[in-house]
Design a protein around this ligand. Structure first.
Ligand SMILES: *[C@@H]1O[C@H](CO)[C@@H](O)[C@H](O)[C@H]1NC(C)=O
Ligand SMILES: *[C@@H]1O[C@H](CO)[C@@H](O)[C@H](O)[C@H]1NC(C)=O
Length: 263
């Protein structure tokens, strides 16, 4: 065979080979309008995202929680550096791993003050913080269980307010930004902030700093110290049911269907 023809055949084979690998990886990572955290949340979404089989398996093997989840309530304000570090460095990663045994309640308000006569709030880090608190309160209200990833995304950004819209689009694509805007402009945002003010003022003991974190409605200094550095271990410890493998380090079967990179 002429050497050039041989080269051509080789490149055709190589092309077909890579095409096949590429195709396979493409179809494996089906794209849809939902973030991974929501893929198994309903049958329809699982079908749309092409992960129905995986979700059925996950649902069938997921241990039925034997005890109520640990309730973690975080009283915070959107611009406070310690709050942002806790939300992004402890709470969110722990929740992605232990979401089955914990429930997160976020109360954006913190050290703000309410002046009911003037219908005003004032915030520790200024006007913009009040605005960001309200955006987060609105997102919590209008997106329901998809809110935490959105707020995590905002709090990990350098510009909390400008991140709100892209974060919402990314993590709660089914919610229109207009819904958040009308919550901000209408009376709802204000009412939600007032509710957060009441929840924060009702804390016993009263909060002395933020983030202020309670577990199952209780505040303890030693819990909070642990929460700031090793929240994951604390949740595993506080959970009364059978500890999930993530807590005990029990080995789990891995699906080793890697897609190799040849380039
Ligand atoms: C998985 O289980 C949850 C909770 O029981 C249910 O809401 C969801 O629809 C299930 N997902 C699928 C894909 O069956
Ligand atoms: C949103 O706020 C309204 C008014 O306070 C309340 O009735 C509703 O339950 C809230 N929804 C969620 C998901 O928190």
């Amino acid at each position: 065979m002429h050497p050039e023809t041989k080269m051509n055949w080789l490149s055709i084979y190589a092309f077909l080979f890579f095409f096949f690998i590429f195709e396979k990886c493409q179809t494996d990572s089906h794209s849809c309008g939902y973030p991974p955290s929501l893929w198994c949340s309903s049958l329809e979404i699982a079908v749309e995202c092409g992960v129905l089989k995986q979700c059925m398996e996950l649902n069938a093997t997921r241990p039925v929680p034997s005890s109520p989840p640990v309730e973690v309530s975080v009283y915070y304000e959107s611009f406070c550096p310690g709050c942002r570090t806790f939300l992004t460095g402890q709470l969110f990663p722990t929740w992605t791993m232990l979401g089955d045994i914990m429930r997160v309640h976020l109360v954006p308000y913190g050290n703000a003050k309410e002046f009911p006569e003037q219908n005003l709030f004032s915030c520790q880090h200024g006007k913009l913080e009040c605005q960001a608190n309200m955006i987060e309160a609105c997102i919590l209200n209008v997106t329901g269980h998809a809110a935490f990833p959105v707020i995590y995304c905002m709090e990990s950004s350098s510009d909390v307010i400008n991140a709100a819209q892209p974060c919402l689009q990314l993590y709660a694509p089914s919610v229109e930004w207009g819904t958040v805007e009308s919550c901000m402009r209408g009376g709802l945002g204000h009412r939600l902030m007032h509710e957060n003010a009441l929840k924060t003022q009702a804390l016993r003991p009263q909060h002395t700093h933020v983030p202020w974190v309670t577990f199952n409605g209780l505040y303890r200094d030693d819990w909070e110290d642990k929460a700031m550095s090793t929240l994951f271990n604390l949740i595993c410890k506080l959970y009364k049911g059978i500890k999930p493998p993530t807590c005990t380090g029990a080995p789990t079967k891995l699906d080793q269907s890697f897609c190799y990179s040849f380039f």
